[in-house]
Design a protein. Sequence first.
Length: 320
Amino acid sequence: MKPLMIFKRFVLVLLGTLSLSQCTMLIGSFDECEQTADCWQLYERNDLSCQEQQCVIHELYSQCQTIVGNTDSELTDDEVITFGAVMAMSTPEGASNPRGEFRSKALELGYGHFNQRGGVNDKEFRVRVCDHQGDSEKVAELTEYLVNERKVPLLVTSGSQDTINASTVTILAKTLLISISATSPELRGLNDNGLVWRMSPSDALVGKAAAESVNVPEQTQAPSFGIIYISDVYGDGLQNEFKKVYQELYPGASVSSYSFQSNDQSSIDNALSNIKDANPSKLFVIAFSGDGSYIANQLASNANLSELPRNCEIFFADSV
């Protein structure tokens, strides 16, 4: 075995030992790198970052180890075309998040299609996915790591709040940001120089379409609506757009809206109780799958809504 390779292996073993003891390992000289890619080439590994001209293991790397597309561990991220993604791959408790798994499989399907055809200029695609575990406050930090440390040219996000949080980093870095599901009208107001894109229609259109879909026979009073919605930029935006258009179409129509906090059953129960008191003719539920399932079960058991009219129609947003 070559002396240089023996030395490298010794350094890597020492690096792993010190990382377990929560120490920061400084490798080599005090000016061994100018950028993170220098560390990848010098030590032939992907988990290092260049900080103050020294190669160290970045504290966020452990949250960014899901790889789709080219998964060859022998290739560093700069040897393929590497994009980044920030999504909730797991729950706050560490359990697998089905929505995140489905999204990563969709990315794998898409980029796998390109890789089967040779990629671009003989380079295949890879997407490094960082897991924020359902905490949107972590999105900007993980985006900073992918964009400014790992220099990904494109970042993929999911929902509206994640996308808005990520955009605070990507716009400044002039990095392209593409959301697969953000719908908030707030995205229209970003000063992004054309660098923030989304693949889903705005809630300005969805809310309008939902309001116009309500069938109200001529010369009859428009039915009253109750809305229970998740308290975030998505829920706020969709319920506002629906309420605005519905009351423009039917002036004087009653619309009662009540918000709830995500993953908080007592908050949901309180919203359902308020809806019961409002006694609407129709109900619009804006939630994600976990909360939506709980709400659907509550509605089916009639636990909180026994006083609603028996023919009360219930609509669920497509996020459920």
